[in-house]
Design a protein around this ligand. Structure first.
Ligand code: SF4
Length: 651
């Protein structure tokens, strides 16, 4: 067995209650790393073509990162993989917290479930023994209660738990999986797969040693990384961020973004640092992708300026092995939940400006409600905005909504709608499976208001402001995701400092260059996809690597932890192989990559007549084709070409 990884996985067949270990050859780790790379390798190999995502043949895997537990920083993320019931494609989601090292301390790189249990169960690993236990009494409980009960009933030192809430149990296709009091691996609807398998939770206690090739070198690299994380000069006040956003919007030139600036903001406020800045500069989609900064200006967005979130922060929250701590535990005036996780930017915008809701306390409340239910806050905000637009246009009536007056900015109606979705009550039953299915169900031309990519609701980053987001929403094998690439991310990764041949971004460039679809953009987009596969294979946090690869040394950590001697360019080929394997999974399952193109409204078809993104349309067809070609996939269809598959050594 090599270093850095454990060399084996645990397999569980929930239909037969059989549990066994499987050894994974070293060459698989060298070719695909661990994390979502190992997950994709398992799914491609074992999920038969056409398998029902909610059926027994689908596989649900919880995978640790290759660097997790080796002494490297920012590398405590766990991945969940499976065929997505929301998109029918390869699906994954990842989350921080403390679950990733727990998988390895139980002696495994991943735990993979197939089959369907007859009754609710949970998997417990303790004292080196894995067993399925009855979860009937936990069924119906929310994620926070479930975790608390499982921890309190454990004889071992605090075990680590992932679980679903009522949304996953009710097979809501926008359900996620939670750990650490409601932190969510939210996307791709994998909570519904867990619910369909009747698997309530996974509870891990282990003490296995993680072998590291050169621990001193890993630590030396971590100390150097720490210098950058610690550097924290004073920064502007929260409300000032709105004016920085407005200035960015008005300038005719674009300044290349350096991750250190983002790091300073992240350390000061967390992701809520982006709330007003993004809304002002045109990065945040508003009012169901139909609004702009002119509808949700500085005065309205002032209610969610970053300071109001940190004002109620009791203590900072750090994921495992993170020196930065962008999270926070907060206390608000709301007496129902005394302590909650600080909402993320994505949540604040999707339940705020996206629904024209200005009430900060309601965002805290809905965030906690959704985290406890185990439902994706981004998707929930999208479905709510979709329903509001249908109501405002007279397509949905008060009878349809169960008496709710679903108008823009009606906070109480929004909360009530979210509650209906969680419990699949009335209109909530239709909405709980995402915007695509809701529009199919309601009909009457509502598909124009249902904004998604292949069924997955998009995140709170507007491709009309940064076309890179539109590209990655449309081309990633798990579509609609904001955590892979964009012009902004490419600038912050600074990959050209490590990988020869990648274009360097100039410090300042004319803004129109950002919107031009050309081959250079395809090269940059493909580089982001490849790199993020390495990052997700290592179990690293996107926010960490956005500080820049010359400051957060992912490639060097990988070599020091494993003893491999790969160049950054060779790691990028590993990332390319993982991307092509994920795309091959989709082709195997009958997906047509073209169908993942995002909805017209989010592309600026027709263009907006006001605001930050006025007059802009994304040339997505050309961008997708150039990207596919850059990866060695068919330019017209997006299918990986035979030569590419052979070159990458995919079996
Ligand atoms: S930066 Fe934030 S999300 Fe990333 S590992 Fe640290 S605390 Fe977790």
């Amino acid at each position: 067995m090599g270093f850095g990884y454990m060399g084996k996985i645990l397999r569980v067949d929930l239909s037969s209650a059989e549990i066994w270990e499987e050894e994974i050859p070293d060459k698989v780790y060298e070719a695909y790393l661990s994390g979502s790379g190992l997950g994709a390798w398992m799914l491609y190999r074992d999920v038969p073509a056409g398998a029902d995502p909610l059926g027994p043949e689908n596989m649900l895997g919880f995978v640790s990162g290759l660097l997790t537990g080796t002494g490297s920083h920012f590398t405590g993320r766990w991945m969940v993989v499976g065929k997505s019931p929301l998109t029918g494609s390869y699906g994954d989601a990842n989350c921080g917290g403390n679950f990733s090292p727990a998988i390895k301390r139980c002696g495994y790189d991943g735990i993979f479930f197939t089959g369907i249990s007859k009754t609710p169960v949970y998997l417990r690993i303790a004292n080196g023994k894995a067993e399925l236990l009855d979860a009937t009494s936990l069924w119906g409980k929310d994620t926070v209660e479930t975790e608390k009960i499982l921890i309190e009933s454990s004889e071992k030192k605090k075990p680590r738990v992932v679980c679903i809430g009522p949304a996953g149990e009710n097979i809501s296709l926008i359900a996620g999986i939670a750990n650490d009091r409601g932190r969510m691996a939210a996307r791709a609807g994998l909570g519904a797969v867990m619910g369909a398998k009747k698997l309530k939770a996974v509870v891990l206690s282990g003490t296995e040693h993680i072998r590291v090739h050169d621990r001193n070198e890993v630590r030396r690299l971590s100390r150097r990384c720490n210098m950058y994380v610690k550097f924290q000069p004073p920064f502007v006040s929260g409300p000032m961020t709105a004016y920085i956003g407005a200035l960015t919007r008005m300038l005719p030139v674009q300044f290349a973004q350096d991750g250190m600036l983002f790091k300073i903001m992240l350390k000061k406020w967390g992701t809520v640092s982006m709330n007003q800045l993004s809304a002002e500069m045109g990065d945040s989609p508003l009012r169901n992708w139909d609004g702009s900064n002119t509808d949700f200006g500085i005065k309205k967005s002032g209610s969610v300026n970053p300071d109001v979130f940190t004002d109620c922060e009791i203590v900072k929250y750090y994921c495992f092995s993170c020196p930065l701590g962008c999270g926070g535990i907060c206390s608000t005036n709301d007496s129902k939940y005394e302590r909650t996780h600080k909402p993320e930017y994505e949540t604040v915008l999707s339940l705020g400006g996206f629904c024209m809701n200005e009430d900060r306390d309601s965002i805290f409340y809905m965030n906690e409600l959704l985290n406890r239910a185990g439902m994706d806050t981004i998707s929930a905000g999208h479905v709510a905005a979709f329903a509001i637009e249908c109501y405002e246009k007279g397509i949905l009536s008060k009878d349809d909504t169960g008496g709710l007056e679903l108008t823009w900015g009606n906070t109480q109606a929004l909360i009530a709608l979210i509650e209906k979705m969680i419990h699949r009550e009335g209109i909530g039953d239709i909405l709980a499976d995402g915007v695509k299915r809701a529009a199919q169900n309601i009909g009457k031309g509502t598909h124009n208001a249902a904004i998604h990519a292949g069924g997955q609701e998009l995140a709170m980053h507007d491709g009309r402001n940064d076309p890179g987001f539109a590209l990655h929403y449309s081309v990633e094998p798990s579509p609609g995701r904001h955590t892979v690439g964009s012009q902004l991310y490419y600038e912050m990764f600074q990959l050209w400092k490590k990988v020869r041949g990648l274009p360097k971004v100039r410090f300042m460039y004319p803004k129109f260059a950002k919107y031009k679809a050309d081959k250079k953009k395809a090269l940059m987009g493909a580089a982001c996809s490849k790199f993020m596969n390495v990052v997700n294979g290592a179990g690293a946090c996107l926010f960490g690597v956005l500080i820049g690869v010359h400051r957060v040394p992912i490639f060097e950590w990988l070599n020091a932890a494993t003893g491999w001697d790969k160049t950054p360019a060779e790691y990028m080929i590993v990332g390319e192989r993982i991307q092509t394997l994920k795309q091959s999974f989709n082709i195997k399952h009958g997906i047509r990559p073209k169908d993942f193109k995002i909805s017209d409204r989010a592309l600026g078809i027709p263009p907006q007549d006001r605001g930050a993104n006025k007059g802009r349309t994304v040339d997505i067809e050309k961008m997708m084709q150039d990207y596919w070609e850059e990866l060695g996939w068919d330019r017209e269809t997006g299918d990986p070409l035979k030569d590419t598959v052979e070159r990458l050594g995919i079996d």
